[in-house]
Design a protein around this ligand. Structure first.
Ligand SMILES: [Zn+2]
Length: 73
């Protein structure tokens, strides 16, 4: 095989046409590559540790009770 022909694939993330000469081939961009990697990381791997910790959710409550109208003067 003397020379590679203009070879192209569809970006797995956004389906854009990507040439084999592209830096991020087969992805159209670094961003799409990271998105695809993230997809694999979150969907392909099943981690036994639960992600949602009830105690953490308690601490992350957005409202602060007891701070209602005392500063509203
Ligand atoms: Zn893309």
């Amino acid at each position: 095989m003397p020379k590679e022909k203009a070879h192209s694939l569809r970006c797995p993330t956004c389906r854009a046409l990507v040439l084999a000469s592209e830096e991020n081939f087969p992805f159209c961009s670094d961003r799409c590559r990271l998105i695809d990697l993230g997809k694999w990381a979150s969907g392909g791997y099943v981690i036994s540790t639960p992600v949602t910790d009830p105690e953490q959710l308690e601490n992350m409550r957005p409202e602060e009770p007891g701070k209602d109208h005392s500063e509203n003067q």
